[in-house]
Design a protein around this ligand. Structure first.
Ligand code: SF4
Length: 69
């Protein structure tokens, strides 16, 4: 499996990229905040014990929590 992000970025994604609907990207997801400039995943911030998330790539394949914006 091709991992299109740095290893240390993984925690910034709600779940493994590529586990969501085919041909959908984080940029298409309602949880992706600021997909143009500084994309982050709002779903991660909602997890217990997490208040903010790190940068993601808006072009990453969607994860299982994907919801169409
Ligand atoms: S598909 Fe949505 S929920 Fe999953 S990591 Fe990307 S922005 Fe977050």
């Amino acid at each position: 499996m091709h991992i299109p992000f740095k290893k240390n970025q993984f925690g910034a994604y709600a779940f493994f990229p590529g586990t969501g609907p085919k041909d959908k990207r984080c940029a298409d997801c309602m949880y992706c905040r600021d997909p143009e400039k500084k994309p982050t995943c709002n779903m991660v911030a909602a997890f217990p014990g997490r208040y903010k998330s790190g940068p993601i790539k808006s072009g990453s394949a969607s994860c299982k929590y994907f919801r169409q914006r």
